[in-house]
Design a protein around this ligand. Sequence first.
Ligand SMILES: C[S@@+](CC[C@H](N)C(=O)[O-])C[C@H]1O[C@@H](n2cnc3c(N)ncnc32)[C@H](O)[C@@H]1O
Length: 402
Amino acid sequence: MTDELAWLRERLADRVVAANDIGSDLVAGALRAVPRHLFLPGLPPEAAYRDDAIVTKRDTSGQPVSSSSQPAMMAIMLAQLHLVPGQRVLEIGAGTGYNAALIRHIVGPVGLVVSIDIDTELADRAREHLASAGYPDVAVLAADGAEGCAAYAPFDRVIATVGVSDLAQAWLDQAGETARIVVPLDVGGIQLSVAFGRIGRHWASRSLAPCGFMRIRGSLGGHDRIVSPEPGLAVILYDGRDVNPVALAAALAGSPTEQPAGVEAGPAQVSWSLGLWLATREPRWCTVRAQGGPSGGPPEAPRLPACPPAAFGIVDDDGIAVLSPPGATGSQPLCATGFGPGAARLAADLAAQVRAWDEAGRPGVAGLRVDAYPRSAPDQPCLLGDELVIERPATRFVMYRT
Ligand SMILES: C[S@@+](CC[C@H](N)C(=O)[O-])C[C@H]1O[C@@H](n2cnc3c(N)ncnc32)[C@H](O)[C@@H]1O
């Protein structure tokens, strides 16, 4: 390893630790030790040691299906996982294998790391990367991670590096008595990295952090409805909702109606705090994103603001209203733009939600809790009435503020 590579690694670790509340010397030490460039062959080392997520595989429509996640996000989640040497860890989403190597560095040779990827080609590559970086003992499996890995259970820690809207029964069954489970929990397209610990037969959140991962595929895959009213544009609806794509396309062909919200906000507050507010309170909630054509090329110019990763909106049978996202930096005025026969009403409703969020103090993760009740267990939540209950096939989630 050359001095320059060691310097790049040190600099990445320093920046991640300085900019985030990592609070774990073990995680910082792993960032300093594991050579990320070996997990991203073909990429110049300077790029491999930036604190960026790097897409490593796309599907035929150009959508990313695998990436090396942003190192800061990995560090935050590994700190949430409370890793110590000797533990047995299950990772869902091997990807490049880099995160598995960070985990293996911390748990050491007496620990165990099993990492699963649903994509055989990616699993093969991850195995090669791990061997080249000096971690050939990480077990990389090509399978649907929703099944976990009974052969190596029980696990002290389970981590998913893909967005999930449910906890697989296998993860709960294969988690030891004092286990922690960390997953990017997807609530209507907005994700929270939640660290769960057991309380009797249910699980309670120990920490939460905003995050953004690609969604899990396979048997736990989401059932979001993706409507494409015009080339290059995807409108995503959640929890079984649907909308007529022809009516939506007709709505978009009409003149827009703008409704300034009278609120300014920056991208981080919009993309997470306002997003969670809308996703959990607005039954007409949708997200809008640009999508590449079949060639994977750039989308044709869409009429709606569909900035990456997504713009926020509300949609019903009478049209759609979308929030103009602020630019990449700084605070900007938010404006709802409506289309269709219901344009004015939808834009006014969306702007009103933005003001309600602002008046409520723009709630963040502080004081937010998520408890998970496996359907297989007899424990029932004791509800006071102000909780949000999210019903999923394997788990009932209860979200509330303390
Ligand atoms: C964001 S990447 C993971 C990044 C990885 N941990 C790393 O360090 O590079 C998400 C990965 O999850 C995988 N994946 C998606 N659905 C899966 C499933 N059901 N089981 C296992 N892996 C899955 C994808 O193929 C993709 O490689």
